[in-house]
Design a protein around this ligand. Structure first.
Ligand code: ZN
Ligand code: ZN
Ligand code: ZN
Length: 196
């Protein structure tokens, strides 16, 4: 069996873990800074850096490495907000859906006799306005978003989510036309979203 196809050796993989645990995650950025700031001044140092970048370059050519990068950067469709996302940039606050309000629900409220309030069509959250029609929102900042979490490709994830499940308002199911989802998602914005 050639050394290329022989199975990976556990003790060698352990040794790799040992070394990796001592290497800061930022090492590539740090090396770029060393070069940019022209801090590499001896042949001995530049030879070490050369070995490092050659090894890193060889890793990027490994089929298994290419496969995990391809998975991390492949565009996916979020079945909750209907945006495109990648796993690489999918964090706990990536998928953001604002509340959606309809016409004025009633008058009075915290703004006094001239105030108005609006009940969100999605979840019943109440938005209060100091003076009806004045766009002077009393609790917009504290109201938060209707949903904030990870993007997902998994319909069951959304179906089973009590706070961010399908509701036919701001979290509709996918609707396909010519293989593309055309479901209407709402962009998060500074102003409350009205959709009457
Ligand atoms: Zn809501
Ligand atoms: Zn999403
Ligand atoms: Zn969709």
């Amino acid at each position: 069996m050639s050394s290329k196809t022989a199975p990976a050796d556990d003790s060698q993989l352990d040794a790799i873990w040992q070394i990796m645990s001592k290497i800061p995650e930022s090492i590539c950025a740090d090396v770029i800074q060393l070069l940019e700031d022209e801090l590499v001044t001896t042949k001995a140092d530049s030879t070490i850096l050369e070995a490092f970048v050659n090894a890193a370059n060889a890793v990027t050519a490994l089929p298994c490495y290419k496969a995990i990068r391809a998975a991390a950067t492949a565009p996916k469709h979020c079945v909750r907000c209907h945006d495109t996302f990648t796993e690489e940039k999918n964090d706990s606050d990536s998928c953001v859906i604002p509340h959606v309000f309809s016409e004025c629900t009633g008058y009075g409220g915290a703004g006094g006799p001239g105030g108005a309030y609006y009940e969100a069509k999605c979840c019943g959250a109440i938005l209060e306005e100091y003076d009806a029609g004045g766009c002077n929102w009393l609790n917009l900042a504290t109201l938060g978003k209707c949903y904030k979490g990870y993007h997902t490709e998994d319909i069951e994830d959304v179906e089973n989510d009590r706070s961010g499940g399908y509701n036919k308002v701001n979290i509709p199911r996918c609707e396909f036309e010519d293989g593309e989802c055309v479901a209407h998602g709402y962009e998060e914005g500074e102003d409350p979203v009205f959709d009457c």
